[in-house]
Design a protein around this ligand. Structure first.
Ligand code: GAL
Length: 336
């Protein structure tokens, strides 16, 4: 009798384990994706394909993160420019939601044109998803932003217009959403430096300049952490990595401190270039993630990512040596 009981107990445990396994496999956000972030390596989405979201931006809608970026996968029609969209609940495991932009060159922009660094903002007032991107011709002379809009995070974004924000040249762009929800565009203005400007109420325009930082930097990214604003940017070296730098300020208007290296200079930011800073406010810890691109200009489809939690606080910021890590999205804690 006793041994039968033990057998039954064993059977029940096996059944429980099996049920857990099945329910894990069934939950769509957890299927095949990785449960850690591995800088430099292929980053498989849930279909096992390398994530194509370069020069990207991320927003959170309720508990879901959406990652938009340059779709540079193989076999695309070279006439078009594409923006991809992925979603995740934990920032590690991503589901491909489709290409949300497939666009021909607008108006008179010549062939070989450029659509780079897409960033999507969700406007709670209009309930629209508003995408900004760097729009340019082959020679990078147009220096404008383009806007495309959609009612859903992963629907087809419709191109609306292109312009120079506040009349200024704009090449690399970055997005920043402050803790109060206000949306800002960071843009590189070649003759002057980079600017941080607030979007209009409906996000369809760039309305108010907060600051001009007179430093020639691109790949601009900002985070608000413990009462200080930190901005990161890269030098203007095209696809080649360089020592990215940071500066801090008590308000977006400044004054901004001198720029300092975020990593040992000789590593050239460990071969990466900044695209965004993601703040995860957990129940135990607030983690700020450096989201960088490792460009492979000759095989763009194989460009990689360098995401690492930053050491940040008291006006200092450091990108640690890349290594695999895990994030607990609930607590905000990181395991290296
Ligand atoms: C980089 C920029 C990229 C892309 C590239 C083209 O400096 O950050 O987004 O524009 O130049 O050479």
């Amino acid at each position: 009798m006793k041994s039968l009981n033990n057998l039954t107990r064993f059977g029940l445990i096996v059944l429980c384990l099996l049920a857990m396994k099945i329910s894990q496999a069934g939950s769509s956000e957890n299927r095949h994706g990785p449960d850690s972030i591995k800088p430099y390596e292929i980053w498989p989405d849930q279909d096992g394909k390398h994530i194509q979201a370069h020069g990207g931006g991320i927003i959170r809608i309720k508990k879901t993160y959406y990652w938009y970026g340059e779709q540079r996968g193989k076999g695309l029609d070279p006439k078009y420019r594409y923006v991809s969209c992925y979603s995740s609940k934990d920032l590690m495991n991503w589901k491909f939601r489709g290409n949300v932009v497939k666009m021909l060159p607008p108006d008179s922009i010549s062939a070989g044109w450029v659509l780079e660094r897409p960033k999507v903002f969700y406007n709670p007032g209009t309930k629209k998803y508003v995408m900004y991107f760097h729009l340019d011709d082959r020679g990078y002379k147009v220096a404008q932003v383009g806007i495309a809009v959609c009612d859903r995070p992963d629907g087809e974004f419709k191109y609306v217009k292109r312009f120079r924000p506040l009349g200024h040249e704009s090449r690399d762009i970055g997005q920043f959403i402050d803790d109060d929800g206000t949306a800002y565009l960071v843009f590189e203005d070649r003759p002057f430096g980079f600017r941080i400007a607030r979007l209009s109420k409906d996000y369809m325009d760039v309305e108010k300049e907060m600051t001009l930082v007179k430093a020639h930097m691109e790949g601009g990214a900002i985070v608000h952490f413990n009462g200080l604003y930190y901005s990161i940017g890269s030098a203007l070296t095209g696809w080649n990595a360089n020592p990215n730098k940071y500066s801090t300020a008590p308000t977006l208007e400044g004054p901004w401190t001198e720029f300092r290296d975020i990593a040992p200079k000789e590593t050239n930011t460990y071969g990466s270039q900044s695209s965004m800073l993601i703040k995860v406010t957990g129940t135990k810890k607030t983690t700020v993630i450096f989201m960088g691109d490792i460009w492979r200009p000759k095989t763009q489809y194989d460009s990689r990512y360098l995401w690492m939690p930053l050491e940040i606080g008291d006006g200092k910021l450091r990108l640690p040596k890349p290594q695999p890590w895990k994030l607990n999205i609930k607590t905000g804690e990181v395991t290296l």
